[in-house]
Design a protein around this ligand. Structure first.
Ligand SMILES: Cc1ncc(COP(=O)(O)O)c(C=O)c1O
Length: 409
């Protein structure tokens, strides 16, 4: 069944906002529009439940229950236990806390592997472990294509490696990395795996339990939700790593890597992401029961729509000689996050596109290592055109016409 795009867009108030009419949004990899169920829950929390949660009066009980509901429902969709999912202020901060835990856990002389394809969030905090005598090995992308080759990882793995960090998909290369295959390689060598799923999750929440990594991170504010970082930490690793929370919270797996008090309203509102997935499944005749099967149905629905809309854009840009398409030109191999290296600063081109009602961005998108490795000028940066399942064919046409006009000037 094809995605009912009108129904999808009716779930996002931004599409009815007067100031956004005629504006086609192509900076979704920076942050998505928020779906109605999340906005409803956020509003309800702030108006009816904004008290300290988990106390024995009704508003508080409801507040705490809604926070638990968010964790429980999203964990189920991702195929993990409720206490294996936790919330933090952002993915960058979550990674930072995890890196602190590994700093205490690892011994000098042990090694970790990071990539130069990642956003800095899943790179810098890990690389700083070098200060503690940890050997940091870099799994490098192909300088032409930006591709991360699993065979190159095999050459870096040995019995010293304790952790492998890589992205499910990079926010500039866009290529989908084979998480299951890479995880199997790392696990076979005795290493844990940390996957940055920030650029992937908006295109359909994955079944993390099935994919197999020990850590999977993503950001709700790019996935139709509020400004939260979500992290799955599988039990075996989570119980092994030293507790980073208050000492008296150390027995709760979901509290061990979130030292700050959580943003109650935003955690609760994340249940709206599960509402949205359920509503899409119901509307399209998918599974009625919530969980990983329903999540997979919605994931595939989103993905099919995105691939269909993405291919014409890739076909349009792949052979132009005034730009360089970063990453694969086959839509089935990538997320709809398309970075283009131009012969001038990308931010200026984004500004010209804005005159045609296109909202896009230009810059390095905190993926400086990847751009440097591919020989892309980081001062010019890349023009990034990123969309999601709620993008319409009409908006794609608007984008392609505007892009052609601006580039051909
Ligand atoms: C691939 C990727 N990883 C990590 C991050 C950082 O996420 P956060 O803003 O939640 O720290 C981003 C943000 O743009 C990203 O695109």
């Amino acid at each position: 069944m094809a995605l009912d795009i009108d129904y999808v867009r009716s779930q996002f108030p931004a599409f009815s906002a007067p100031n956004l009419q005629g504006q086609a949004f192509f900076e979704n990899a920076g942050g998505s529009y928020t779906c109605q169920p999340v906005i409803n829950r956020l509003t309800r929390f702030y108006t009816e439940r904004k008290v300290q949660p988990y106390a024995p009066y009704e508003a508080s009980t409801l507040a705490g229950a809604e926070m638990d509901e968010a964790r429980h429902r999203l964990a189920k969709i991702m195929g993990v236990d409720t206490d294996e999912l936790s919330f933090g202020p952002s993915t960058t901060q979550n990674t930072y806390v995890l890196a602190q835990a590994f700093r205490q856990f690892l011994s000098p002389g042990e090694a970790i592997i990071v990539t130069n394809q990642d956003h800095e969030a899943n790179s810098g905090p890990w690389r700083r472990l070098a200060d503690a005598g940890i050997e940091v090995r870099e799994w490098q992308i192909d300088p032409q294509t930006g591709h991360l080759n699993p065979a190159d990882l095999e050459n870096l793995l040995d019995e010293n490696v304790r952790l492998v960090c890589f992205p499910h998909c990079s926010n500039v290369v866009g290529e989908l990395n084979p998480v299951t295959e890479i995880t199997a390689l790392a696990h076979a060598a005795g290493a844990f795996v940390c996957v940055d799923g920030v650029s992937y999750a908006p295109h359909g929440l994955p079944n993390v339990g099935e994919l197999g990594p020990d850590i999977y991170l993503f950001s709700a504010y790019k996935t139709y939700g509020p400004h939260q970082g979500l992290m799955v930490i599988r039990r075996a690793l989570g119980e092994l790593l030293p507790n980073q929370g208050h000492f008296f919270n150390g027995d709760s797996l979901y509290k061990r890597f979130t030292p700050a008090g959580p943003d109650h309203a935003q955690v609760a509102a994340c249940a709206g992401m599960a509402d949205y997935i359920a509503t899409l499944a119901h509307h399209h005749g998918g599974p009625l029961t919530e969980g990983a099967t329903q999540g997979a149905f919605v994931h595939d629905l989103m993905r099919a729509h995105e691939v269909e809309l993405l291919q014409p854009l890739l076909d349009m840009v792949k052979d132009r000689n005034d730009l360089r398409l970063i990453g694969p030109s086959d839509a089935s191999k990538r997320a709809p996050t398309v970075a283009l290296a131009l012969d001038r600063p990308a931010e200026g081109v984004a500004a010209e596109l804005a005159e045609h009602g296109i909202m896009a961005g230009g810059g390095d998108f905190y993926a400086l290592r990847a751009l440097n490795a591919m020989g892309v000028s980081t001062s010019d940066g890349v023009l990034r055109l990123s969309f999601t399942h709620y993008t319409s064919k009409k908006e794609m046409t608007q984008l392609m016409e505007a892009l052609d006009r601006v580039l051909s000037k």
